[in-house]
Design a protein around this ligand. Structure first.
Ligand SMILES: Nc1ncnc2c1ncn2[C@@H]1O[C@H](COP(=O)(O)OP(=O)(O)OP(=O)(O)O)[C@@H](O)[C@H]1O
Length: 695
């Protein structure tokens, strides 16, 4: 038989099994729907049964409905192939691996869930340690149709004559495919070193490091699916949070977990972590660096103690024929006293009222010939409506956004900053808070303020809503009790951002994903310290280093590696496994011809690849660049600045003016390294510097 017909025959064998699986699934679907109906009946019945029976009935119903929903969800979710793997072992046993564990009506195993221990060999077996696996097969399908198979022969000595081996390697086939706007899951081709990180226990802190394209993000997401599968009770109800750098990133990864049947995980960007605020604006690097540093805590604390804008600077109140007056100095003293009690400002209005009454009493006492009893004055004035009206405006309920906005006034910020910020920093920060909207770095400051201020006094009905929270429902505002938190691109979190994230995971276990070489944070020591205090005393720490770059062609990565050689050691750089024979194109362009050159390069690349093409430029020129390419294929062309490009990938990239990207970043070549490692197949660099990349 020819190779082609052997392949066809093997595909037909797999198709037969896949057909059996889908037929069984159709039956299960009917059963699941019946189960759901039966669940409803049970719930209905429970209302009329004795109380002790209700609990077990409801529990049974919940289990049924959850199981039924899970099957339906997996069947309905967009994914490639329910059955994607097969292992043949030395005893002739066959094990199929898929997205869901499925048994036939006689309870015989048709497919094993990829997360089950029995499926681990699918990812962990190698030629050196075959774990009794003779042949590993990846089955690629389109819908219910098997379209391709790819085999690895792990134990050639044990291969029976009747066992053919076909295909050229599933991994390479997958890596060569065009990229779209959404990341795909990698369940069928997870590599051994990745699998170890995915299956690590949930406790403590799991750190996954590796260069660009080593699959850190993919691994972190599969780890979440794995942990929820293994420990849903413990992790599922308190919730899992996945945090990424930008909304472009969270949208890029948003389909991976649902494609594995997980839709309960919260994906948030750093700008969207605080409920009610969606910040996308990125500050210029020097401003972001100040906003992210721990110095800001001092400034914010001080700002809260200052008198709010619009607060009266004088109090006059008539009492028994005398006008009692507190001037600005008196009032400032009272304010200091109240803050000195150390309670949250939004919880201190009663303290403020009491301190004002005391001050009024001292004033009254100082008036000659004015005889009143202290207790009388405190009670009489304390009941007066005009006194309360004053307290409300003098000690208003604060919101974090109000307080940060106030610091847009330069003199106010200067007062709060004292010696903590330089005059230039005060100029820059106050100007930034006068601008419209919030920046991503502001969100951590708002969250810090939220905690320093305390929640606004609760109204009764509001408390009722928060207390009635049950797992599965929408979580309460600014929920802080996640059971597991994944932080992607963790090398870039500022100390203030670490504090914000830590608040949400006081009892959580963590998966941290990052690459120090791609760091755009200028003070790694300060950030590392903030990170360590965020993680607290968690003693279990495990580290996984991924070393193979699956994204970039070797030719593209070679150029990227050149720009960071001075700041990174070889051991920190991954190895790109895929060669395309196509070198990146570097074109030196005159300034005036840049718009046309970008358009031409974009069009050329769009003609050469099937998927998306990214145009990446500096933050300062990205608005201009966006205008220049508006008429070029909006379907497949994406324009992002070097910061936003973090974590994303395209089939081809036009990188505009690398020198500008280096110049505007506080970590120079590292930011450029990030931008240069976004393309899977082709890269064109346009520069006005004839000496680049050497210059
Ligand atoms: N085992 C694998 N099988 C198939 N594709 C893979 C595998 N591992 C990684 N990839 C692909 O490689 C690309 C890079 O993966 P990912 O974005 O997770 O890398 P990363 O380490 O997070 O990169 P960066 O640090 O640049 O953000 C993705 O397209 C991913 O699907």
């Amino acid at each position: 038989m020819s190779q082609a017909s052997v392949r066809q025959a093997e595909i037909a064998i797999e198709q037969k099994h896949v057909d059996v699986v889908y037929a069984r699934l159709a039956d299960m679907r009917v059963e699941a729907e019946q189960m759901r109906d039966r669940g409803d009946q049970l719930a209905h019945g429970a209302r009329t049964e004795a109380v002790f029976e209700q609990a077990s009935m409801l529990y049974e119903r919940d289990v049924m409905v959850r199981y039924a929903n899970r099957i339906l969800q997996t069947l309905d979710s967009e994914h490639e192939g329910l059955v994607f793997g097969r292992l043949d072992d030395t005893t002739g046993e066959v094990l199929y691996v898929g997205r869901l564990g499925i048994r036939d009506a006689d309870f015989e195993n048709l497919v094993t869930d990829w997360r089950a221990p029995a499926a681990a060999a699918f990812y962990q077996a190698t030629a050196e340690q075959p774990m009794d696996v003779v042949r590993r097969r990846v089955i690629r399908s389109s819908g219910q149709q098997v379209i391709e198979i790819d085999d690895d022969l792990l134990m050639p000595g044990s291969q029976p004559a009747s066992m053919p081996v076909v295909g050229e390697g599933a991994l390479m086939a997958t890596l060569n495919r065009a990229r779209g706007d959404a990341m795909r899951d990698i369940v069928s081709t997870i590599q051994k070193e990745q699998d170890e990180a995915i299956r690590a226990p949930w406790r403590g802190v799991t750190e996954i490091t590796g260069g660009p394209g080593t699959g850190k993000t993919a691994v972190a997401l599969h780890r979440v699916a794995y942990l929820l599968y293994r420990d849903r009770k413990r992790l599922g109800s308190a919730g899992v949070l996945v945090l990424g750098p930008s909304t472009a990133f969270t949208s890029y990864i948003s389909r991976v977990l649902p494609s594995m049947g997980e839709d309960s995980v919260e994906l948030r960007s750093l700008g969207g972590l605080l409920d009610g605020i969606e910040a996308a604006r990125i500050d210029p690097a020097p401003i972001a660096a100040v906003k992210g540093s721990l110095r800001m805590r001092r400034v914010l604390k001080k700002a809260l103690r200052d008198s709010p804008p619009g607060a009266p600077t004088e109090m006059r109140i008539m009492y028994r024929g005398e006008v009692l007056k507190l001037d600005a100095q008196d009032l400032a003293k009272v304010r200091r006293q109240v803050h000195g009690l150390g309670r949250l400002p939004n919880r201190s209005r009663v303290d403020a009222a009491e301190a004002l009454l005391e001050a009024l009493w001292r004033k009254a006492e100082s008036y000659e010939g004015f005889h009143v009893k202290r207790q009388d004055l405190l009670v009489d004035l304390g009941e007066r409506i005009d006194f309360h009206r004053f307290v409300v405006v003098w000690w208003p309920v604060l919101t974090a956004t109000d307080v940060l906005r106030w610091l847009g006034e330069r003199s106010r910020l200067a007062h709060a900053a004292g010696q903590t910020l330089s005059a230039r920093e005060i100029d820059q920060l106050s100007a930034s808070w006068r601008a419209d909207g919030w920046s991503v770095a502001d969100v951590a400051l708002l969250d810090e303020l939220r905690t320093l201020i305390g929640p606004p006094p609760k109204r009764r009905h509001r408390r009722a809503v928060e207390d009635s929270y049950e797992p599965g429902r929408r979580r309460p505002e600014n929920y802080e009790d996640y059971s597991h938190i994944v932080v992607d691109e963790s090398q870039d979190l500022s100390p203030m951002q670490w504090r914000m994230v830590a608040r949400r995971g006081q009892y959580a276990s963590w998966t941290l994903v990052g690459d120090p070489v791609q760091s755009t944070w200028p003070d790694p020591a300060e950030a590392a310290q903030a990170r360590d205090s965020a993680l607290g005393k968690r003693t279990t720490r495990r580290r996984f280093a991924l070393r193979t770059n699956y994204r970039n062609s070797a030719e593209i990565f070679e150029l990227a590696a050149r720009v960071v050689r001075d700041v990174a050691s070889d051991s920190e750089l991954p190895r790109a496994v895929r060669e395309t024979g196509i070198k990146p194109q570097i074109s030196v362009v005159a300034d005036a011809s840049m718009p046309g050159a970008i358009r031409d390069a974009a069009r050329e690349l769009l003609g050469q690849v099937d998927g998306t093409v990214g145009v990446i430029g500096s933050m300062t020129s990205i608005a201009k660049i966006t205008e220049w390419v508006t008429d070029v294929d909006p379907e497949r062309l994406r324009v992002v600045d070097a910061i936003e490009a973090k974590g994303l990938e395209y089939d081809a990239v036009v990188l505009v003016e690398p020198g500008e990207i280096v110049a505007e970043s506080l970590t120079g070549p590292r930011a450029l390294y990030v931008a240069l490692t976004r393309a899977t197949q082709r890269l064109t660099v346009l520069t006005t510097d004839p000496a680049w990349p050497e210059g």
